[in-house]
Design a protein around this ligand. Structure first.
Ligand code: PLP
Length: 408
């Protein structure tokens, strides 16, 4: 018989544990830099104005109901998602070599992709996935759950607090031919460090040479630079180069739809005369996997995103909202760096403004992270990652002083 008593205690999810510790802390000066969600200048969640507009429309739409969506999700949502991530004039869309399924946000898209590869991706030698070191921690457990073995490639350079390009390149070069290379499309989580376009080109050429399979995770398009095309550049470049690849796309951050779980999984085959037939077969298998995992995806978040993506006026408003979020974060980067440099805080601080997106890898050690938590009630993950969105005009000075104190 099953002895439930023998189930071992699992460790608490580190990020959610940190959130709980923050909530318990009674100190009024406490600062939450752990959570990966946007906050406004008053440290409050921000419903995007464009989302409110879309919700108003949906509320007044007499044709909406609570029926199941199709297995692959809302068709106008998945079609708009393809255009968003690949670009409106993408050759892959024109040539009908893309198939897309609506998923449970980015996590569900990573999962569906991993599950599909676990089942159908065959390699001549050992089959391995490669993640950057570090990466979004959930990558490890999602791939492990579907039985895909993985290794990591060096990514973050502790000295420069930038990209260890040589390390990345060497590891991808030495990986067994046909490895799955997981890439963050932009605003790398947790480091905030992205390759330059020149570096992306070299990585792409190497992946081609080694016949690896690129697996893009894009959770911050538009949220990082404020510009959808800039943040989508790497994926679009790979598509231009004719790669077969897949993409896990999240709308959590760029629409502020965290809890609504809107996302998309895209599979793109390379250009070939039979590409259209191939992609139909891929789509048929993905549909079966989706059916067995979630039956069909949730409607509400996808309806909001779809309403915006398919309406030129709302789309413009969304782009403005993206500029508001990314702009505030960039201001906080500038402020924080300036304050640290003005105080002469030991070390270099250029990485704070050079890194991009929600997160910054400060370079603080675990010991310093724990001390700053105890002394100043500032909560960040033990690896020294801060969520830039947790900083605002009311606490950035306090935080800079806390960093200064813990370093001296
Ligand atoms: N991938 C990366 C790199 C992320 O940073 C995140 C969110 O933090 C996700 C995927 C997925 O998030 P969600 O499932 O909320 O869309």
């Amino acid at each position: 018989a099953f002895d439930a008593n023998a189930v071992p205690q699992a460790p608490e999810d580190p990020l959610f544990g940190l959130m709980a510790a923050f909530r318990r802390d009674p100190d009024p000066k406490k600062v939450d830099l752990g959570i990966g969600a946007y906050r406004d200048d008053n440290a409050k969640p921000w419903i995007l104005p464009v989302v409110k507009l879309a919700e108003d429309r949906l509320r007044n739409d007499p044709d909406l109901n609570h029926e199941y969506l199709p297995i692959a999700g809302l068709p106008e949502f998945t079609a708009a998602s393809q255009k968003l991530v690949l670009g409106g004039d993408s050759p892959a869309i024109k040539e009908k070599r893309v198939t897309s399924l609506q998923t449970i946000s980015g996590t569900g898209a990573v999962h569906l992709g991993a599950l599909f590869l676990a089942k159908f991706y065959k390699t001549k030698t050992e089959r391995l996935a490669y993640f950057s070191a570090p990466t979004w921690a959930n990558h490890f457990q999602i791939f492990a759950n579907v039985g895909l073995a993985y290794k990591t490639y060096p990514y973050f350079d502790k000295q420069t607090k930038g990209l260890d390009f040589d390390g990345t390149f060497a590891a991808i070069r030495d990986a067994p031919e046909g490895s799955i290379i997981v890439l963050h499309a932009c605003a790398h989580n947790p480091t905030g460090v992205d390759p330059t376009q020149e570096q992306w080109k070299k990585i792409a050429a190497l992946i081609r040479e080694k016949k690896h399979f690129p697996f893009f995770d894009t959770a911050y398009q538009g949220f990082a630079s404020g510009d959808l095309a800039t943040d989508g550049w790497a994926i679009r470049y790979f598509i231009e180069q004719g790669f077969e690849l897949c993409i896990a796309q999240s709308y959590a951050k760029n629409f502020g739809l965290y809890g609504e779980r809107a996302g998309c999984f895209h599979f793109v085959t390379s250009p070939a005369s039979d590409a259209e037939v191939t992609i139909k077969r891929v789509a048929s298998q993905l549909a079966i996997l989706q059916r067995s995992e979630i039956s069909n995806p949730p409607a509400y978040g996808a309806r909001i995103a779809s309403t915006v993506l398919n309406d030129p006026e709302l789309f413009k408003e969304w782009e403005a909202n993206l500029k508001t979020m990314s702009g505030r974060i960039k201001e906080m980067r500038t402020e924080l760096r300036k304050k640290l440099e003005d105080m002469g805080t030991p070390g270099t601080w250029n990485h704070i403004t050079e890194q991009i997106g929600m997160f910054s890898f400060t370079g603080l050690s675990e010991k310093q992270v724990l001390k700053i938590r105890e002394d100043s009630h500032v909560y960040m993950t033990n690896n020294g990652r801060i969520s830039m969105a947790g900083l605002n005009t009311h606490n950035v000075d306090y935080f800079a002083k806390a960093v200064d104190k813990v370093i001296r």
